[in-house]
Design a protein around this ligand. Sequence first.
Ligand code: GLU
Length: 284
Amino acid sequence: MNVLRFAPSPTGPLHLGHAFSALTAHDRARAQGGTFLLRIEDTDRARSKPHWRAQIEDDLSWLGLTWDGPVLLQSSRRAAHLAAIEHLADAGLVYPCRCRRADIRAAVSAPQEGGPPLAGPDGIVYPGTCRNRPMSARQPEDALRLNMAKLVTHLPSDLSFRETGPDKAGTHPVDPKHLVQNVGDIVLGRRDTGDIAYHLAVVVDDAHQNVSEVTRGQDLFEATALHVALQSALGLPVPRYHHHRLIRDDAGKRLAKRDDARAIAKYREDGLSPESLRGMVGLA
Ligand code: GLU
C-alpha cells in the first residue's frame, strides 16, 4: 500500500514552496493509486495557530487537492512522542541539558575552536556540555537531548534509505561519523514549554500513519539520515524518500516562510487560477 503525506506546520501562510510540495506528494500518491494524508505539524506550541491551519486547508482545497481520512494533528500524538523519548531514555540514549541558546553559542565560539560553528539539521552542533549529566539530575526546565555518539553504536552497519527524488536517486547509506560530527546531540523535547522536537515527532507519526514514501524538499535531505537513525533506534520501518527541488524566488533564493508575498492567499486575492499556479511551479 502506498501512503504519502503533506505535513505542513501551521506557523504561517502556505506559500509557493509548500504548494509545490503538497502538489508533488498528492500527484505522486494518486499516480501510484495510493493514499494521500494531511498532517498538521503543530508541535511548536507558541508559533502554531488555528487560523493558519484553517488557511492551509482552504488553500489546499482551492488548489484542487483532496486528502484521505481525517487530518491528523500532531499535537494529539503527544503520548506517543513521550513514549518514544522514554524508549530512547531506557536505552541510555537521552540526557537532560540545561544549556540555553546563549551558552551553546558561547561554547562553540570559544577562540581556540576556530572557524564558524558547524550547523546541522537541528541548528548549531551541540558541543556536549551536559552530555554526562544523568537523567536523575533532570530539572523541570531542562531540554532532553539525544546522545548521538551512543546511538550510532546501536545502528546496523548497513543502515540506508532509498531515494526516488530527481537529484539523488538511489540507495544512501547512513554514515555514523557524519551523524556524530555534523548532526550531533539533537533536542528531543522540552518539558518547560511542553514542545516535542520535529525530528522525533515526524518519525513517530510517519510510522503511525504507515507512510511508505516521505515527499519533501531537498532542504531536508540532511535531516533524513537523522530520521532514519531514529527509526532504527525506535524499531520503526524506514520509508522511501523523495526529496523534490525547491521553489526559489526570482533572485534564486529559497522561499522563506516569512515571504508572505508568495503566499497562496495573495495569489488567490490577485485572481490567479489554480491551474496557472501549477504552471508557475513547473507542474502540468
Ligand atoms: N513540517 C515540516 C515543515 O513544514 C515538514 C515535515 C516533513 O515533510 O517532514 O517544514
